[in-house]
Design a protein around this ligand. Structure first.
Ligand code: FAD
Length: 408
């Protein structure tokens, strides 16, 4: 019987394993992950899960029984050290090996810990990527009343964490190096909206704050910025981006760019090895360029494609990226990729405060839509991007004008 080994048991790896079974794979499927607990959903970690008292059992990707039922073997708390392509084996940290006929790399990413002097010895310093990180953060908040928290990084994870920690009663300051939050991913209009949202909720979001050192005196952290400002912190959460876990693939000699390079079937430069999820650098047909995405949807889509390809089906990855973020009572949904836009059209909705959308264009081509509390704009935006229909920008910007795709 053939064997399929999957390195990384998170959104990509777990979805892949179940779809591969559904596709009729009769051989063994082994999922390996260094995280010692049953695989869980990551997005809620900075959102509802951080503020709730639910244990991780309420947040699992699949129940323990489901793995047994589908005859999917889980090796948890196990690190993969190397891939031996010549002998088709993976080498585990204890030196033992596992044979594979098909190998799937779903190693995702890990948080960047910037080389800031004093960061490594700071008290109560946490990244936010795993359930263990959340457990540490929650414990610190619960054990210390009126905790002062500094969040380094004003991206989605930093901002969601700030909103959740505020809800738990902490006093929160976000320090962002750029001149506006979410600068890498959204238009200034969105940055302004989220900046105000946090201010309204009594969270200080400060921009142009380049953290240069952390001082630790009598167990208290002081976060020091290049402009001379200093912020006391009982706890520090770092959310400044991720490193792709591509080293295994790199050492094995697979093609690497800004991630593990895969084709439209999620196959790497070795035909027996596939890569899926956050760790991949793949071609997007709608934007005609190679990209790396950090999103659950991409992990799940690529998992399906890899499973179908291994099962011998004709398939081709052709998804439009989408993503979401929850902060306070605001739900943001994003579809498409805004990079390279030259014009933004904002659409307010008549009589609906805090409900609007930002449409990103390059010339007449719609690239992406950010929809704030506005599921309709998100759905319409998706249809417009897929359909390539020309958009009347005047109508789009008029809240009183009816605006929807022709085929709806
Ligand atoms: P990962 O989830 O990173 O999993 C990779 C796994 O591989 C890990 O469990 C790791 O332990 C394991 N691994 C790596 N190397 C080895 C090795 N050598 N040996 C053994 N195991 C190994 N996305 C959204 O779309 N919407 C959101 O709202 C959203 N919110 C998020 C909030 C937070 C706090 C975080 C952290 C992420 C969020 N994301 C969100 C991103 C989303 O979680 C990721 O895109 C998704 O988890 C990617 O899945 P993956 O399986 O590719 O990689």
């Amino acid at each position: 019987d053939q064997s399929c080994v999957v390195i990384g048991a998170s959104h990509a790896g777990v979805n892949f394993a179940f779809v591969l079974r559904r596709e009729g794979w009769q051989g063994s499927i082994t999922l390996i992950d260094i995280d010692p607990i049953l695989p869980y959903h990551r997005p809620p970690l900075s959102k509802a899960y951080l503020t709730s008292e639910d244990g991780i059992e309420k947040n699992l990707l699949k129940s323990e029984e489901s793995y047994k039922k589908e005859n999917i073997e889980l090796k948890l708390g196990v690190w993969v050290d190397a891939i031996d392509r010549e002998n088709k084996k993976v080498v585990l940290a204890d030196g033992t090996t596992l044979d594979y006929d098909k190998l799937v790399i779903a190693t995702g990413a890990r948080p960047i810990m910037p080389p800031i002097p004093g960061l490594d010895t700071a008290k109560n310093l946490f990244p936010l990527r795993s359930a263990a990180d959340v457990a540490n953060i929650r414990k610190t908040v619960v054990e210390n009343e009126a905790l002062k928290v500094v969040v380094i990084g004003g991206g989605y994870i930093g901002l969601e964490t700030a909103a959740s920690l505020k809800k738990l009663g902490a006093s929160v300051t976000v320090l962002e190096r750029e001149s506006r939050i979410l600068a890498r991913v959204t238009a200034p209009e969105m940055s302004v909206f989220f900046q105000k949202l946090h201010a309204d909720n009594d969270v200080a979001v400060l921009t142009e704050k380049n953290v240069i050192s952390i001082e630790n005196n009598q167990n208290k952290n002081t976060v020091v910025c290049s402009d001379g400002t200093r912020y006391e912190a009982d706890m520090i959460v770092v959310g400044v981006g991720i490193h792709v876990n591509k080293e295994l693939a790199e050492k094995a000699g697979l093609m690497i760019e800004n991630g593990i390079q895969v084709n439209e079937m999620a196959q790497t430069s070795d035909p027996s090895i596939y890569a899926i999820g956050d760790c991949t650098f793949h071609h997007n047909i709608h934007y005609n360029r190679h990209i790396r995405l950090e999103s659950v949807q991409n992990a799940v889509d690529q998992a399906k494609i890899a499973a179908a390809a291994i099962a011998g089906k004709e398939c081709c990855y052709n998804a439009i990226p989408w993503f979401w973020s929850d902060q306070y009572d605001v739900k943001l949904q994003m579809v498409g990729l805004s990079e390279g836009y030259d014009e933004v059209v904002v659409r307010e909705e008549a009589d609906k405060p805090n409900c609007f959308s930002v449409w990103y264009f390059k010339g007449d081509t719609l690239l992406s839509v950010d929809a704030v509390n506005n599921a309709k704009a998100y759905v319409y935006g998706t249809k417009f991007i897929k359909g390539g229909e020309k958009i009347d920008k005047k109508k789009l910007s008029d809240p009183t004008a009816e605006f929807k795709p022709a085929n709806l």
